[in-house]
Design a protein around this ligand. Structure first.
Ligand code: SF4
Length: 415
């Protein structure tokens, strides 16, 4: 089979893995080397369906000894199979890099023979790229559960980022849809990487390590909608992973029904809005100091698909609003719908010198249409009325009523 045909098969086979966004690596080029792994200039473009496309994103092989029911590469699926050797992958990567097609490599793989054997081939690829070709571009590879920790460690010394995919959010779902995988086997390499990262970071100044260890950290991917866990379950799992294994990011992938299977759900379309809500909630966990229990409760374990999780939280906690923008503590400022981290920082800095006026606030970069229902500015309320959170909800979810409200708000100075 010619190389272009192999690339076409293996790139197509890799497209359902979304855990390939690159960021966080700072390695510069070295004399005589090729490329760099700095923040900028690395794959930040996305396909229309939200998948990252600017890395060379490919599988080493679509052969697999496992039989995950949802996966197009599963053992029992009758598809054309192929394999790229480490030398072939290196050649393609270098050629594509030189032609400016890509800025790095995302390499995953089906499992051939065993996790160890497959990882050894990944190591060989990364080693040739780094050592022989002096390739300093971004490399993201897959950590395969069940691999000997020593091999994970070796691979980690060549790559910028590694992802060990959670795939499914519960043990039951794994049993049903990916019977060769277990939660414990997936968590184990994540914990190992976490321990080594902590150790490496603590010792790097003392030891002056010549090699790095996964400088852009580890990530994981979870498929949403292939099994029946609710959103709260998924979010609590994410929260726990961020805390326990210091993940850099979790990628949520709406289940795309590409396969038939007796245990697979029948979906009219991938749950993309649910995926989007998970990303929003994930940001609340990482940057806004929310806990999963605050975002979703036992009584309401699933996202409101009409309203974002932060606005939902605010409406459920209506008793603390409206908050005075000039005095509210920073932690609460972050919780006001329509105010992001950057605008919260700007507000905090601006109000140090003098209290913010309505005009100044509007120019600071907040989403005024949303925020105004939840704040006062110099004691004045500009929202639709703080007696009735249901009214605010209706306004926020209804574009028609929103525009109607815009007309009424001509009188807002009198509210
Ligand atoms: S291990 Fe499972 S998900 Fe991964 S390639 Fe093989 S069948 Fe697909």
């Amino acid at each position: 089979m010619d190389i272009m045909k192999k690339i076409s098969i293996l790139a197509d086979a890799a497209k359902y893995d979304v855990s390939c966004s690159s960021s966080g690596s700072r390695r510069n080029n070295t004399p005589g080397g090729l490329g760099n792994g700095a923040y900028s200039g690395i794959c930040h473009s996305w396909a229309a369906d939200g998948r990252c496309i600017s890395l060379l994103k490919i599988l080493m092989t679509n052969h697999c000894i496992y039989n995950c029911e949802y996966c197009i590469n599963r053992r029992s699926n009758d598809i054309e199979r192929t394999f790229l050797s480490p030398e072939e992958i290196v050649e393609i990567t270098i050629q594509f890099y030189r032609r400016n097609y890509i800025e790095g490599l995302f390499l995953s793989s089906g499992i051939i023979k065993s996790p160890d054997y497959t990882t050894e081939l990944l190591i060989k690829t990364a080693k040739i790229l780094r050592k022989r070709e002096n390739f300093n571009g971004y490399i993201h590879m897959k950590g395969i559960p069940g691999t000997d920790p020593a091999l994970i460690y070796e691979l980690g010394s060549y790559v910028d980022r590694m992802s060990v995919n959670m795939e499914l959010p519960s043990e039951q779902a794994l049993k049903l849809l990916a019977p060769q995988k277990t939660k414990a086997a997936i968590i184990k390499p994540m914990q190992f990487i976490h321990t080594k990262l902590v150790q490496h970071n603590a010792e790097k100044h003392l030891m002056k390590y010549k090699t790095s260890f996964i400088p852009a950290g580890q990530t994981t991917q979870m498929i949403v909608g292939a099994s029946n866990e609710n959103d709260r379950h998924i979010l609590k799992l994410s929260e726990s992973l961020y805390k326990k294994v210091s993940l850099k990011r979790i990628y949520y992938s709406a289940y795309v029904p590409v396969m038939q299977g007796k245990n697979l759900p029948t979906l009219a379309q991938p749950p993309l809005l649910r995926e989007n809500r998970l990303y929003q909630a994930d940001w609340l966990l990482r940057y806004y100091h929310f806990s999963a229990d605050e975002i979703l409760t036992e009584q309401n374990p699933n996202f409101d698909l009409q309203l974002d999780p932060k606005t939902n939280w605010a409406l459920r906690n209506w008793n603390i609003f409206p908050l005075e923008i000039n005095t509210v503590p920073y932690e609460l400022l972050l919780r006001i719908p329509g105010i992001g981290v950057r605008s919260a920082l700007r507000i905090r800095s601006a109000r140090r010198s003098s209290s913010l006026s309505y005009e100044e606030l509007k120019n600071i970069g907040i989403v005024w249409k949303r925020a105004r229902h939840f704040i006062t500015c110099r004691g004045k309320y500009y929202g639709a009325g703080f007696q009735d959170p249901m009214l605010i909800r209706e306004i926020l979810i209804s574009k028609k009523r929103q525009s109607l409200f815009e007309q009424f708000s001509l009188f807002e100075g009198q509210v």
